[in-house]
Design a protein. Structure first.
Length: 196
């Protein structure tokens, strides 16, 4: 309710990115760190173990946009290890083998509410869905299907999300730019402010 005091959760050396995801049980916080010798890495802050923060995925590639499955057993994320951004799934919290979900580029992974579907965005703004089946310690990925295309890209801080009941999407999109776009530059605005 906002009545509590601010609390420093972790003091990390390096530039911090925005938090990616918080587990449904409140025990794990995933966030990104821009390392000195690596690109972006995914870190894990464990509230169930003395609030210790440590790298979870740290490779020469950039790992971003981590999302936990509803049961907390799997993590979807984006990596550019192949030369372009693709969506992968790996076990959580003990990262192990990984399965590539997208094949033509992928971004903004989002789990369905039952964890049996993984949605993501292709570079052409098409929302895709991949059926996911857990088989013990493995994942089977079904045929990836096209759902719909966004009218414009999500923008620099854009996103899309699945409604809790699973029947609708909410997306923030950019203006699209183009010939109709304009930019207004206001100079000497302090003089205008004094007139009012």
């Amino acid at each position: 309710n906002g009545a509590g005091e601010e609390e420093l959760l972790a003091n990390i050396e390096g530039a911090l990115g925005a938090p990616d995801d918080w587990s449904s049980n409140g025990k794990h916080l995933l966030f990104e760190v821009l390392g000195k010798e690596t690109q972006r890495d995914i870190w894990l802050l464990r509230f169930d173990q003395d609030k210790k923060a440590a790298p979870l995925l740290k490779t020469p590639a950039a790992e971003t946009q981590a999302r936990l499955s509803p049961d907390g057993q799997w993590m979807a994320y984006v990596s550019n290890e192949s030369g372009r951004d693709e969506v992968y799934v790996t076990p959580f919290p003990n990262v192990g083998p990984k399965w590539q979900i997208s094949s033509e580029g992928g971004d903004l992974p989002r789990w369905g509410r039952d964890g049996r579907e993984l949605f993501f965005l292709r570079p052409d703004n098409t929302v895709m869905v991949a059926p996911i089946t857990e088989t013990g310690t493995n994942v089977e990925v079904g045929a990836v299907k096209t759902l719909f295309k966004l009218n414009s890209p999500p923008g620099i801080f854009g996103s899309f999300s699945l409604a809790p009941e699973g029947s609708r999407f909410l997306a923030t999109t950019g203006t699209g730019g183009g010939a109709g776009a304009s930019l207004t530059l206001v100079v000497n605005w302090t003089a205008e402010l004094k007139k009012k």
